[in-house]
Design a binder for this molecule. Structure first.
Ligand SMILES: *Cc1c(COP(=O)(O)O)cnc(C)c1O
Length: 400
């Protein structure tokens, strides 16, 4: 069957509509607008050899089904799977590979993914090459006869490097590699990798999809019947599925994703500009700032996202800067309505060896901001006073 064609031809409601309507009209017995939480783990069979479609909740759960169908439709895929965390989603997809397989992976990868690959999967005989995916020649050079997959983050975390997803997925298809995109940073509101040729899309639903820093979740979307069946089998076999309550909470968050992303992006764009002009800042990383990456981003995405990173002038300023923040919180996550600042060197990327970390550009002066939906003036005001405080305290021994 031509899975590609099926989706391109299908009349698709706009993303905002799909998001706001998740679960609506799906409970005919009561007409519930908010789809109920089905806590039951077991389901009665109508007769021998018959099933309502639900037997046991690890295999399928009605609340989870609504979420899984929603994310599949949003990403333009054939099947969706809800996992107990983003890492559980990655673990499930990685179980498609076998001993001896080699994967090519984005260079400045989410630290937890790097840890899973290097500390767990290498023990099962998988190997990984970390490559700057902006350079197609480097990707070709990293390929081995055992290469079976490519794992893409775009924009990358934390340096916001933009990969031409379509070009890399085309190369992957030619070579017979499975292409996997971690779409956590962009969400299907801004970027739909399956439409650009990817085979699998992953999310940490904990971030923008949930959006309120109150639910841990992961999502997988697959394209094609065979791959969807394989991942479905692994999802059930491994069992790292999302609980019905958390499925409900994630859907509750997703309904407002479009509004939130617009505000995140608007604030991030303005903050990137503000930081770029601040004397205590030495370099800002945001996908709109490098000419070449901006063009790729504009081609494949609707917007630049709500994440940015910047280098403070001196590493010694970091502790005072973080301590001085009053509106932004020094915390280790992203994608929520509240603005958070992360110090990748000791937080998200602490498990990456220092030499590797420095080589990819995650230095001790780098700070990452998950820009929230607060009023812009409160964000610029807070960053400004904290940067000034850091600069003056360290250089003069006194605060501002
Ligand atoms: C947070 C994150 C993950 C891991 O997700 P969890 O829900 O924390 O398990 C994976 N990839 C990216 C890009 C992330 O930001």
């Amino acid at each position: 069957m031509d899975w590609d064609g099926r989706h391109r031809k299908k009349e698709r409601l706009r993303t905002e509509t799909l998001l706001a309507q998740i679960g609506n009209g799906r409970e005919p017995r009561t007409g519930a607008i908010s789809f109920p939480v089905y806590n039951s783990t077991a389901y009665q069979h109508p007769a021998l050899g018959e099933s309502t479609g639900y037997d046991y909740t690890r295999t399928a759960n009605p609340t989870r089904t609504i979420l899984e169908e929603a994310i599949a439709e949003l990403e333009g895929g054939d099947a969706g799977f809800a996992a107990s965390s983003g890492m559980a989603a990655i673990q499930t997809v990685m179980s498609l590979f076998s001993q001896g397989d080699h994967l090519i992976v984005s260079l400045d990868l989410y630290g937890g993914t790097y840890r899973l690959f290097e500390e767990v999967w290498t023990r099962y005989g998988l190997s990984f090459s970390y490559v700057d995916l902006r350079d197609e020649e480097a990707v070709k050079a990293a390929a081995t006869p055992r290469t079976r997959g490519i794992f893409i983050e775009s924009p990358t975390n934390p340096l916001m490097r933009v990969t031409d997803i379509q070009a890399i997925c085309e190369l992957a298809k030619k070579r017979g590699w499975l292409s996997i995109v971690d779409n956590t940073f962009m969400t299907p509101y801004c970027q739909r990798p399956l439409e650009l040729g990817a085979d699998v899309v992953l999310h940490s639903g904990t971030k923008y999809l949930g959006g309120h820093n109150d639910v841990l979740a992961g999502l997988i979307v697959t394209r094609g019947e065979e791959l969807s069946t394989q991942v479905g089998t692994l999802h059930n076999a491994i069992g790292a599925v999302l609980s019905p309550q958390d499925c409900w909470l994630l859907m509750r968050g997703m309904k407002t994703l479009a509004l939130r992303m617009e505000k995140h992006q608007e604030n991030a764009m303005a903050l990137a500009q503000f930081l770029g002009n601040h004397p205590a800042v030495d370099g800002v990383f945001y996908p709109s700032l490098q000419e070449k990456e901006r063009r790729v981003q504009e081609k494949q995405s609707d917007g630049f996202g709500g994440m940015l990173s910047f280098r403070i002038c001196e590493a010694e300023w970091v502790p005072v800067f973080l301590q001085s923040l009053q509106v932004l919180s020094f915390a280790e996550s992203l994608g929520g309505v509240e603005s958070l600042v992360t110090y990748p060197a000791t937080q998200t990327h602490a498990d990456i060896p220092e030499s590797v970390r420095l080589k990819v550009g995650v230095c001790d002066r780098l700070l990452r901001v998950s820009v929230g939906i607060e009023h812009l003036d409160d964000l610029t005001g807070d960053l400004s006073q904290a940067l000034d405080q850091a600069r003056c305290t360290v250089t003069t021994g006194k605060g501002v």
